[in-house]
Design a protein around this ligand. Structure first.
Ligand code: DQA
Length: 144
């Protein structure tokens, strides 16, 4: 089994109750269960982690370089603001795929810019919780 970190940023702990018309009705726990289960079927041991704290997300990325072969990362609102998270992604030397539940390009202008995108292997958005699973398929092609 190939170890993968699925990392969720700020406010994603509120999935299910937070703007369900945009982000869907599943809770983060339900999404994590599905990702973990489907990930296992694809040959991945999936660890999940969520934080609302920028520095904790940076620490999780730093730790991941010691054990994970790849990271599926939804940086939430930090996508559009955080140079520090971009630097962390660039620093760790393992592939990171940026994901978003919503289609950030079809929303407010400020969501169209991603500071992390240029240092990620690629990005997937707009498919709800399936965005995470599609990222795992991309890793299967890359890592298996
Ligand atoms: C999000 C999109 C971001 O713009 C927003 O700030 C989020 C969620 C998404 O998954 O669609 O918190 O990352």
């Amino acid at each position: 089994m190939i170890p993968i970190l699925v990392l969720h940023g700020p406010n994603l702990n509120l999935l299910g109750e937070r703007e369900p018309g945009i982000y869907g009705g599943l809770s983060l726990t339900e999404i994590n269960d599905r990702i973990t289960h489907l990930g296992n079927e694809l040959g991945f041991e999936v660890k999940t982690y969520q934080s609302n704290v920028e520095g904790e997300l940076i620490n999780a990325l730093h730790e991941a370089r010691k054990w994970a072969k790849g990271v599926v990362f939804n940086p939430g609102g930090y996508t559009h603001t955080s140079i520090a998270l971009r630097d962390a992604v660039a620093a760790i030397g393992i592939a990171v795929i940026e994901v978003h539940l919503s289609n950030v390009y079809a929303r407010e202008d400020f969501r169209r810019g991603s500071l992390v995108a240029p240092v990620c292997k690629g990005g997937i958005c707009g498919f709800g919780w399936w965005s995470y699973v599609l990222a795992l398929y991309a890793f299967q092609d890359m890592l298996c």
